[in-house]
Design a protein around this ligand. Structure first.
Ligand code: TMP
Length: 253
C-alpha cells in the first residue's frame, strides 16, 4: 500500500491526506490523555469505539440538517472527512454543572443548570485552553460575529439532538465539546461540525444510577474506560450484546 502523507498527529487522532482533494482520513488512536496530557495511557479498543460512535452522531446530525465534515467510515479505525479550516475554539455546552464549571464557580457537580450554557475555550495547549468571551473572540479575529451567531445556533441544536438520543437510552448528557470548521465555497463559507463527537468529548451519566460513562472514568480512575464506552455503544445499538467484557469491540455494521 502506498505510504500516506500525515498532516497532523494529535492526542487521540492522526489526520492523513485523503484520496481526493479537499478530503482527509481521520484515524482514531487508542491513546487516552487528560489534564493537558499530564495523564496518559493506551486503552485497547477506544479508537474503534470512538470511530463508530462519532460516525453515529455525525450521521444523525447530517440527517437533521446540521452540516458536518463527515463523509463516510472507511474501516474500524478510520473515517473520511471533508477538509475544513478549524476555528480555534472549543465550544462547550453544559446542561448540568460538572468539571471545570463546578470548580470555577463552586457549583456542586450534578446541579441542573437553569438553561444550557455555551462557553468558548481558546485552543492553545501551551495556555491550557483558557476560557474566553465573545469579546476576545471578536477582538482577536478568531471568528466573526456571523460565525459566532452560527456557532451558537449549531451548538444548541447539537445539544438538543444528542441530549434527546441519549435520554432515550437512559443516559443524561451533562456537557460536551465540539469543534467547528469553515468550508469555503467561492467567496462564502459555511460552518460544519468537525473533529469528533464521542464519550471522549462528552460527559454522560446513567439516568438512574448516575454512573459515569465517559472520559471521566479515565480522568478520575473510576474503572474500565472500554467497558463504559462499550455500554454507550451497546445502548445505542452500535455494539452487539455481549456477556463478556469487551477489550476488542464487536461492531455491528
Ligand atoms: P470541562 O468541565 O473540563 O471544562 O469540560 C467540559 C466538557 O468538554 C466535557 O464534556 C469534556 C469536554 N472537553 C473536551 O472534550 N476537551 C477539552 O480539552 C476540554 C477542556 C473539555
Amino acid at each position: 500500500m502506498a505510504r500516506r502523507n500525515k498532516i497532523y498527529e494529535g492526542k487521540a487522532k492522526i489526520l492523513y491526506e485523503g484520496p481526493e482533494p479537499g478530503t482527509i482520513v481521520q484515524y482514531f488512536k487508542d491513546d487516552a490523555t487528560a489534564y493537558n496530557a499530564e495523564k496518559r495511557d493506551v486503552i485497547e479498543g477506544k479508537g474503534v469505539l470512538n470511530n463508530r460512535l462519532s460516525e453515529f452522531f455525525m450521521t444523525g446530525l447530517g440527517n437533521i440538517g446540521i452540516p458536518t465534515h463527515f463523509i463516510r467510515r472507511l474501516n474500524m479505525r478510520e473515517q473520511l472527512v471533508r477538509s475544513c479550516e478549524i476555528i480555534p475554539l472549543e465550544v462547550v455546552v453544559r446542561n448540568v454543572a460538572a468539571g471545570s464549571m463546578s470548580k470555577r464557580l463552586g457549583i456542586e457537580e450534578g446541579t441542573a443548570l437553569p438553561r444550557p450554557i455555551v462557553e468558548y475555550y481558546y485552543k492553545d495547549d501551551a495556555l491550557g485552553d483558557p476560557l474566553v468571551t465573545e469579546e476576545h473572540i471578536a477582538a482577536f479575529g478568531w471568528a466573526s460575529q456571523q460565525d459566532l451567531d452560527d456557532m451558537l445556533a449549531i451548538a444548541l441544536r447539537v445539544n438538543d439532538f444528542i441530549a434527546g438520543i441519549m435520554f432515550g437510552v437512559g443516559i443524561r448528557l451533562i456537557d460536551f465539546k465540539i469543534e467547528i470548521g469553515r468550508i469555503y465555497e467561492g467567496d462564502f463559507h459555511r460552518l460544519v461540525v468537525a473533529d469528533e463527537i464521542s464519550p471522549d468529548s462528552c460527559r454522560l451519566w446513567d439516568v438512574k444510577t448516575g454512573q459515569k460513562l465517559d472520559k471521566d472514568v479515565f480522568r478520575r480512575d473510576l474503572g474500565s474506560l472500554t467497558d463504559a464506552y462499550s455500554e454507550v455503544a451497546r445502548r445505542l445499538g452500535i455494539l452487539q450484546q455481549s456477556a463478556t467484557p469487551i477489550t476488542k469491540p464487536t461492531i455491528v455494521n
